[in-house]
Structures are given as C-alpha cells and as structure tokens.
Design a protein. Structure first.
Lengths: 264, 877
C-alpha cells in the first residue's frame, strides 16, 4: 500500500491531467482505455524484462528476456509478441511467440533451441503459468475486454474501481476480479482475483510508473500468488515505442534466427 | 514403615480424609486449566498427543532432517481418499462417479478455517492431487504440445470418462498414483496444513461423501488419519479398560475374602494412586500419549498387590488374635520387608524404561514407577486405617476357619499337591525347565523385529480396510522420500575465479580473452559465485553496448558461456545424473519393495515424449543440460508449475524421489534402505551424490531401532539392579540369583513363544520385557522370604514345604490371579498394542507365578544343604 501511495503521488506529478474529467465515462470505455494503455500503446514497442520469481521460502529464480510487440492495426485487436530469453543461460535463445486473436484462442509457439524444436502450444485455457512465474500467460498478453462483464463499483479521487465477472467461468480459476484503474493514466495499478469464497487468489500491483516518451509506462510490477505464497517481480528497462518493427520478425523463420538488431 | 502404618491406624479418619482431599486437589489442578485455560494459564492443561513421530524427541536429527526436507520440497502430510466401484464395468470411470469425485475435490479444496491463533488451517488447495486438479501434458498432433486440466469439468458421458482414464494412465506420474493400476479406481491426495487436523478434515469429507448416492466406496486413509484416530481410541481404552479392571479386581477380591466392605480399601488405594499419578503427569506438563494412556491400567492391578498380601495375611491371622489392631501389627511386621522390596523392584523395573531413548516410553516408565511407590505408601497407611474404622463386630466369623482349614479348599488342595510334587520330582521339573528353556532360545533367534502404526488398528477397522483396498489397487499409500544431493563442486570462490580466469584466457572466443582480466577485480566485490558471474555479465553487457553488430554475436556467445559457468552447481540438470536416477528407479522396481517411484527424471522424460509426438522412444532423458532445461521450462508453462519443486530444489542441488510403498512395515522399509545402500555401493553415483531418507515410514524405522537397542539396555540395567537388590535383601549371592530364576525363565519363554508363533517384535512387545521384570520378581521375593522365615521352625525343607504351600502360596496365587485377570480388560481396547500388552503381561505374570511356585521349591530341594548352610539366624528378615 505504501508503494501504491508513492506511485499515486508520482503519477499525479508526471501526468497532471485533471482527474475528474473522466468521472462520467461509462465502465466499458474505462476498461477499453485501460486495455489500450496496458497493451496497445503506440504501434509497436520493446522492453528488456528482468523477472524474479520468489517462492514462499524466499528462494529466487531469475529470468531475463526481451519482449517485442507489434499491433496489426489501430483497432486494439490482433497483435503479435516475440519474447526472446537471455537468462537463465541454459535456456538462452529460447523464443516464445504469440499471435493474439480476439475471436479465437491465441496462437502460441515455443522455440526450443537445444532440442531444435518449434512447438505450437495448445492450451485448454490461457490461465497457465508464464515460464514458471506467478504471472499467467494471459497477464502478459492481455485478457480480452469482452470476456468479462464489467461493473464500476466505485470512483474515488484517484481510481475507478471496476469489478469484472467472467462470462465463461469454466475457463478461469477465479470468480471475479477487481481492478483499480488510475483515473488520469488509465493504468490498472492494482488487480485482485477472488475465488467463490471471496478469498484473494492472486494480486497484481504496479510498483513504478515512468514516462517513456508520451506514454506512462509501468516499469516495475509484482504478482503475488496468495495460495502458494510466492510472488514474481518484473522490472522493465530500455523501454522504447514506435521503433518500426517489421512484421516478418513474427514468423517461424525468425524463431530460429534472432532479429539481432531488435533484440540487442 | 511400621511407624507409618501405626500413625495411620491411630488417626484413621484423618488419613482417609487427607487421601480424599489429595485426590480432589489433583483433579482440580488438572480440570481447572483444561476447562478454563485462560483463567488458569499458570497450570498445565490436559494435552493429548497422538503423533507417533513424538516417539522421538523433537530435536532428534532424523526428525529435524525430515522437517527441513519437507519444507525444502514443499511437502505436506496427506490424507488419501480412494474411490472404488465394483459394479460398473469401467469402475469409477463412469460419468456419475467422476462427477462425484469432481465435486469432492472441489469441496476439499475449500476446506479451510482460522484456528484460535488466527492461522489458516485446512487443505493446501494448490497441492491437492486428483483428476480435476492436475494437468495433462500430451502431444496435440504434429508440431503441437498440449497443456490442459486432466478433468476440468465432469465428463458428459461414460466415453469421456474413459478418455480421462486413458490420458491419466499415459502419464507415468499419475498412473498408479491417481488412477489405479487396473484403471478402475481413483485416488485423491489431499495435503493438509498439519497432521492434527486430519480428523476434522476427514469428518468434513465424510459429510460430503454421504451426499453421494452411487455404488462407490470411499476409503479414507493415510498415516495422518491413522495417527489422529489414535487419540479417540486412546480415550475409549481409558474409559473402558481401566474401569473394567477395577470391577474385575473388586469381584475377585470379594470372592477371595468374602467381605465386600473390607475389599473396598484396596480399591480406594488404587483410585487414589491412579488419580495422584495422572494428576502429577498432567501437572508436570507431560502429554497423554499412546504409552502414557496405559498408566492407569498398569497402576490399578499393581496397586492392589500389596493390599492383597495384607488382607490375605489378615484373613489368615485374624481368627488367632480376634482383634483388629493386634492382627494388623502382626501382619505389618511380617510383610513390611517383602512389600517394600517388591515395591522397589517393580519401581526399578519401570523406571529402567527411562534408559530408553524414546521420550513417551521414558515418561510411561517414570510415572508408573511413581504410581507404584505411591500405591505402596497408600497401602501401608490407608488399608490399616480403613480396617481400624470398621467395627470390630463386623469381623465376627471373618477369616480363615482354623478348624476347617483353607487346606481343604480347592486352591489349598491344588497348592498342597504342587508342594509335594516339587519336592518329590524336583529333578524332573528342572529337566523340563532346561528343555523348555532350550526350545525358547531357538524361538528367540527366530524373532522378527517389525512394526507398522497402521496395523495398530484391528484388521476390520475402517483404516485397515481402506489400507488393504487401496494398496491392492494403487502403487501404495505409504510414502518414503529418498533425497539425493551433491556438493560436487567444492572449490572455494578464489579457486573458482582462478580457474574461471584461466578458462577464459584459454578459450577461443575473443570476448572472453578481453574480459578475463576483469575477473580478479570483480572478485573483490563478490561474496559468492553467483554474484561474481552476475557482475561479470553486467560488465560484459556494458561493453556490448558499444560493439558493432558483426561482433555482437560473438559477445553474446561469450555471455552464454559465462552464464553456463554456474551450471556445474546445478547437479540435477545433468543428463548423466538424471539417467542414473532412472536406473536407480528401475532397480527399485525390481526389489518388489516399492510400488512406484516418482522423480524429476520422470518429469523430464514425460515432457520430452510429449514434445516428440508422444512416441514411446522419446520417453528418455535428452543428452544436454540445455535440452533438459528446456523440457523443464516447458513443464513450467502448465497450470501447476510449482509441482516441479516437490522433486527438486530451485537451485537444482537436491532432488527428492517420492516412493510409494504398499506396506508400512518397518521390516520392508529396512530392507529397502539396505537395497538402496547396496545399489549406491555397486553403482557409484556421478558427482559424488549422496543419499538420505525422510518421510514418516522412515522415521518409524529409526525409532524402532532406537527402541530395540534402548530396551535391551533398559532390560539389562534393571536386571542388574534387581539382582543387586535381591542379594542385599537375602544377604546372599545365591539366594539373590535364585530369586532371578523364575522371571528369567518366564521372559525367555514368552519371547521364545513370540519367535515360534511369528508374532512381530513391535513396540508393545519391546516394552514388556523390562516392565514385566520388576513385577515378575515379586512372587519370588515373597516365596523365598517366607520360605526362609518358615524354615527356621522346621528341621528340613521337606516339612517346610507343607507350610510354605499354605498361606504364602495362597497369597501368591491370589495375586497371580488378580494381576493376571486385572490386565485382561486391555483386550477390550480397540487398538492392537493395548491387546498385545494385555495378553502378554497377563501371560508373563501367570507364568512367573507358576514358575515361582515350581522352579524355586525344586531348586531349593536340590540345593537344600548348600542354600541353608550359609543361612544363620541374623540373616533373617
């Protein structure tokens, strides 16, 4: 909570947009805007990510990867991700690639260099772990705004507090989740997932936001898994937008041949 | 001592009041903190301890290791629920049953509550293993690998139900564990926050199961369930057996002494002794454990022993004096020494249990010893006091009718006959003793040491039924964990950095040469290898920002090289190591002792197979570290990535093989330990890997070993002490040795019998030896003391025999019957150890009585001259 407070102060300083302006917006607009600033800023982007997975006993594992993203168009619809692993050293050059679809399951590929394999991953749902972290695959690629029914619970001076209930509860582990969406930046600063008993299963917190060009960007975040007692910290560095990524990078050919220019 | 009795007889009312007050105080001291713990926090409340783990002290290395490793691998104690359906051709793999199982798992996952300290207790829902909570990883056709919940929703029809079965049976980690080997039954593994909530969790599960109305049988088992159920059964034992013993003893004494009001006095002695001892036990902060719960039923019969001698003598002598006081004084003079000594020997026998390294056994021994001494004290004070309170008139017609003579009673006649027989056929008796002794010795060599806490329940107990049903169908419900670890790379940080620098200089990669010189500098800022390599990589990355695109790949390769320098510590990503583990597992399977083993090697092979179209030939360990790392990271893309950490620690330095055993017999576990040791001897593991065991099944073996060696020590210790006491009592080495003969013979016979019958030498049997020693010697003490005393009045042993087989033999016989029968109610207890104790202690005491009344007179007859030659008048007691 202390972090949240600091963050709010920081946000109000760097992004001094009048907060009350959006009060009248309807909930779908809020959610769409939040989705946009979280996953669709600019046409493309890249970041280096340092991921620390810390279990309940404080044992830590580190992953480091570069993430490239390109939108197909301006509709906040289809987009591509390319995740290139640097660490741990024994999985270096592993690539995880995603073609995000709105109308059907995303296409996901995994390139395993030592096994010399490209595998498409077919999962029954998108709530599987992202490379062993407490983030789910869906937390990284984004959850479609139309998959839930959203309800604006409350608006305080800083946040829209939105409660979301899945339309297809069979495919998810939670019953509802709540998001604290910052009123001026629309960045979800906190998200909590609950089970049927109202117990918190997991909670996401944006720990640090910085301006990258004109885009307020989360550069440190945390996902806590309250069931296992573990947590995962993500730190973003060298964040860039509009770097002109060619779309042919996001093809099977480039899984085996690193687009060095964009990765280094 | 006589002084004590006299004091009590002078103020009989006060004595009895004081005893009553003491009992009420003791009860209050226990009841108050138990009922109002907050108000009486200074006092110790009643604490129940049902955990067999506590057979070992909490700081015992094997327990410390067990708890550390459980934490390291995030393992919890588990309740196992097995579901069996005998009616449906597909077993439980039908739409209905799987729907119920799905509901049960969901219900179980939500079992949680706050305990009074605000801690969450209940089921560890993320680690619950069942068809609906585990992942299926399989190939999804060419180029596709599939992750899905094995049974996210209940099947819509029986075909889908079979589909679930087939998928599960295809996964080595699930086959035989979640799905039975015949593909017809399902097991849920429900991890719980702590063992002592298992009863509560099981009750909740049972309410849910009661809602289902199919033909399925739900078996609930697992060591924690067994252990938690002990607590309830322990109270049943205490509630049934101890009062039953009281009633039986009362009836027997009434029969012997024909006067109900008089035999109330030993009952008072027994009650006050039990209440005081148990009160002291609780007040001193000790717990009621499976051992200490037997204290009341041990004290009860022992407490009345001295009273029986007093009453027996009183009964015989009263007609002579026709005066309570005179009779009492005579009786106490005659019996004070033997009573004191029998009390002390019994106390020593029990107290010797303090020499065992098993805390609950120590507590048991010490408190029974205390109880025995208390019982002696209350006997010599309260019994005379009670007699003094009875009206003189009420004794009219009481006692042995001198004219009729007790000799004409059945007991009297039989004993008279025995006496004559021992004199006439002494050599025959000794020959029999030698033959029996030899046979017993052979039996003792056949004894098999074994125990299994689940087998403490009667064969038809639901836990035993579940145990059989599940172990017939599944790989096993007994868990043992084999931990492998390696400190292969023991180089110091300095040595590591030196060889790192050399390797970098020698490497053909240019960037490594460039960076080699920085190592020494970075070493000063690093505390360990990880830090050193991290710094080196950061520095290299900074350099890389400035290099050209052409050079960048070479620098990137250098980075990979650096990162891999840490891999030497990650033993369990090494292909050779994983292959070795696979070999060990194959071997385990051939021993016939292991139902199934699950390890990191299985995880890697399964994922590898699913990455290669599910082909059987791909079920293998890939050949490089990187390939293994890739299968492992693939595995972690599932719904349950944390499952990996049950098999290996995140630093890959320690691994855990989960072995499922079909029996929890210590004998089998011990054999397994030996087999594994042999395997490691014959097939040295790579990287100096060492192995160690943990898990409840292993802990049981350790405490059994300690028990067996500890008991031998306790037995020898108490044997020597009792022998010394006998030598002191009789002022003669030979008489002392003589006193030890009947009990030695008896214990030999009983253990010989155990060997011949094939009964396992388990916890209760082990405890019996030293505790029966102190009791069995009592008869010999009384017999020899009275014999020597009476011999003074007669010219030879032949004429003495007649007298000895009068009142003294009757007192002994009454005692044998009372104590022998007094322990019988233990047979009504639901737990087998209690029954074992009941049967064997009765057998030991009856046999010891018989041996005392036959072997001793036979030996005295044979060695008459020698034994009585040394005896002078002043030795008499």
């Amino acid at each position: 909570m202390k972090n949240l407070l600091k963050l709010t102060l920081l946000l109000s300083a760097v992004w001094a947009m009048p907060a009350y302006a959006a009060d009248t917006k309807n909930v779908m607009e809020i959610v769409k805007q939040a989705n946009h600033v979280s996953y669709y800023k600019a046409d493309d982007g890249r970041a280096k990510v340092n991921m620390r997975i810390i279990d309940a006993q404080g044992r830590e594992r580190v992953r480091e990867f570069v993430i490239l993203r390109k939108d197909d168009d301006e509709t906040d619809g289809k987009q591509k991700f390319y995740v290139y692993f640097n660490k741990p050293a024994d999985v270096k050059k592993m690539v995880f690639m995603v073609a995000k679809n709105l109308d059907r399951d995303d296409d996901r590929w995994l390139y395993l260099p030592a096994l010399d394999l490209v595998k498409r991953i077919a999962a029954s749902d998108e709530r599987t772990s992202f490379v062993g972290s407490d983030f789910f695959y869906e937390d990284v690629s984004g959850r479609g705004v139309n998959e839930d029914i959203h309800e604006l619970l409350e608006t305080d001076d800083k946040y829209y507090i939105v409660k979301s209930t899945p339309k297809d509860p069979q495919n998810v582990e939670f019953t509802t989740y709540k998001s604290w969406i910052h009123k001026s930046t629309y960045l979800p600063i906190k998200t909590e997932y609950y089970d049927a008993q109202g117990e918190t299963l997991r909670s996401y917190t944006a720990l640090k936001v910085e301006m990258v060009g004109e885009h307020p960007t989360v550069i440190a975040s945390r996902m806590e898994n309250h069931e296992t007692g573990g947590k995962t910290l993500m730190n973003y560095s060298s964040v860039k937008y509009d770097i002109g990524l060619p779309s042919n990078i996001f093809t099977e050919r480039y899984l085996r041949k690193v687009p060095r220019k964009y990765i280094r | 001592m006589i002084h004590l009795s006299e004091t009590a007889s002078r103020r009989p009312k006060i004595s009895l009041w004081l005893a009553g007050l003491l009992s009420v105080m003791m009860i209050a001291m226990v009841a108050l903190p138990s009922v109002w713990p907050a108000q009486f926090s200074a006092l110790n409340a009643l604490k129940i301890d049902t955990d067999p783990e506590n057979m070992l002290a909490a700081d015992e290395p094997v327990r410390v290791l067990h708890n550390t490793q459980k934490k390291a691998f995030s393992l919890y104690d588990m309740i196992v629920v097995g579901v069996v359906n005998e009616d449906h051709p597909q077993g439980v793999f039908n739409q209905r049953t799987l729907t119920d199982i799905h509901a049960l798992a969901a219900f179980a996952q939500d079992i949680a509550w706050q305990d009074k300290d605000g801690k969450t207790q209940g089921v560890i829902s993320v680690d619950l293993m069942g068809p609906s909570t585990v992942d299926n990883i399989e190939t999804g056709g060419a180029g596709v690998v599939k992750f899905e919940w094995l049974m996210k929703t209940p099947p819509a029809n029986d075909v889908q139900a079979l589909n679930v079965r087939d998928k599960a049976m295809n996964l080595p980690l699930l086959n035989g564990t979640i799905v039975s080997e015949d593909g017809k039954a399902v097991a849920l593994y429900i991890p719980i926050t702590s063992k002592n909530i298992s009863y509560k969790v099981v009750q909740k599960l049972k309410t849910k199961i009661a809602e289902f109305n199919g033909q399925d049988t739900y078996h609930v088992t697992g060591l924690p369930v067994a252990q938690d159920t002990f607590g309830i059964e322990m109270f049943v034992q205490m509630a049934i057996s101890a009062p039953m013993a009281m009633v039986l003893i009362f009836l027997l004494m009434w029969y012997f002494f024909k006067k109900a009001s008089l035999v109330v006095s030993p009952m008072i002695v027994a009650m006050v002794s039990v209440i005081t001892t148990m009160g002291l036990l609780v007040m001193t902060g000790n717990t009621i454990h499976i051992m200490s719960s037997m204290i009341p039923i041990f004290i009860m019969p022992i407490a009345v022993l001295d009273a029986i001698h007093i009453l027996s003598d009183f009964y015989d002598k009263y007609p002579q004096y026709k005066d309570r006081k005179q009779t009492i004084i005579h009786v106490m003079k005659e019996l004070s020494a033997p009573m004191l000594f029998t009390t002390l020997t019994t106390a020593v026998g029990f107290a010797s249990l303090a020499l065992t390294p098993i805390p609950p056994v120590q507590v048991f021994g010490i408190f029974v010893a205390i109880g025995v001494v208390l019982a002696w004290f209350f006997t010599i004070t309260l019994v005379p006091a009670y007699i003094m309170l009875m009206k003189e008139e009420s004794f009219a017609g009481f006692g042995l009718d001198q004219n009729k003579g007790e000799e004409t009673s059945l007991m009297g006649k039989v004993l008279g006959g025995v006496g004559r027989f021992t004199y006439a056929r002494s050599k025959l008796i000794m020959l029999m003793v030698l033959i029996l002794g030899g046979t017993a010795w052979v039996g003792i060599t056949k004894i098999s040491i074994n125990d299994n806490p689940v087998k403490w329940f009667a064969p038809n107990h639901e836990i035993r039924v579940a145990d059989r049903a599940l172990n017939e169908r599944f790989a096993g419900t007994y868990m043992a964990y084999l931990m492998l670890s390696s400190e292969a790379d023991t180089r110091s940080l300095e040595e590591f950095s030196q060889s790192l620098t050399q390797d970098m200089r020698a490497n053909i990669m240019g960037p490594l040469h460039d960076m080699a010189d920085s190592v020494a500098d970075l070493l000063t800022q690093s505390q360990n290898r990880q830090a050193l390599i991290d710094l080196l990589i950061t520095e290299t990355e900074m350099r890389m920002d400035t290099v050209s695109d052409e050079d960048w790949d070479a620098w990137d390769d250098a980075l990979t090289w650096m990162g891999n320098q840490l891999a030497s510590g990650e033993t369990f990503k090494d292909p050779d190591v994983l292959k070795y583990m696979g070999g060990l597992q194959d071997y385990l399977q051939t021993t016939g002792l292991v139902g199934k083993s699950n390890s990191l090697s299985d995880v890697v092979k399964t994922v590898h197979r699913s990455l290669f179209q599910g082909e059987a030939s791909a079920y293998r360990i890939p050949d490089s570290r990187a390939a293994i790392a890739e299968t492992l990271i693939t595995y972690q893309n599932s719904h349950r990535p944390q499952d990996l950490w049950h098999f290996v620690t995140p630093d890959y330095k320690k691994t855990n093989m989960w072995l499922q055993l079909k029996t929890g017999d210590n004998r089998d576990m011990t054999a397994l330990i030996e087999k594994v040791d042999q395997y490691f001897q014959a097939n040295p593991a790579p990287h100096g890997i060492t192995h160690d065991w943990f898990g409840l099944t292993y802990i049981n073996v350790i405490w059994q070993d300690k028990m067996v060696s500890g008991m031998a020590k306790a037995f020898i210790g108490s044997f020597i002490i009792v022998l010394l006491m006998m030598v002191f009592l009789f002022r003669s080495l030979w008489w002392g040795l003589l006193a030890m003969v009947p009990l030695t013979f008896t214990i030999g016979m009983i253990y010989g019998l155990i060997g011949w019958v094939g009964k396992d030498y388990d916890m209760p049997v082990a405890v019996l030896s030293s505790l029966s020693l102190g009791l069995a010697v009592d008869y010999a003490i009384h017999f020899l003391a009275r014999s020597r005393e009476m011999k003074e009045k007669f010219p030879d042993w032949k004429s003495t025999t007649k007298e000895v087989f009068g009142e003294p033999a009757r007192a002994i016989t009454r005692n044998v019957i009372v104590v022998g029968v007094g322990f019988m109610p233990l047979l009504l207890a639901p737990l087998l150890p209690y029954k074992t104790v009941g049967v064997f202690i009765s057998a030991i005491l009856i046999l010891a009585g018989v041996a005392s009344l036959t072997i001793l007179p036979a030996l005295i007859q044979i060695f008459e001259r020698f034994l009585f030659k040394a005896q002078t008048k002043k030795d008499l007691i």
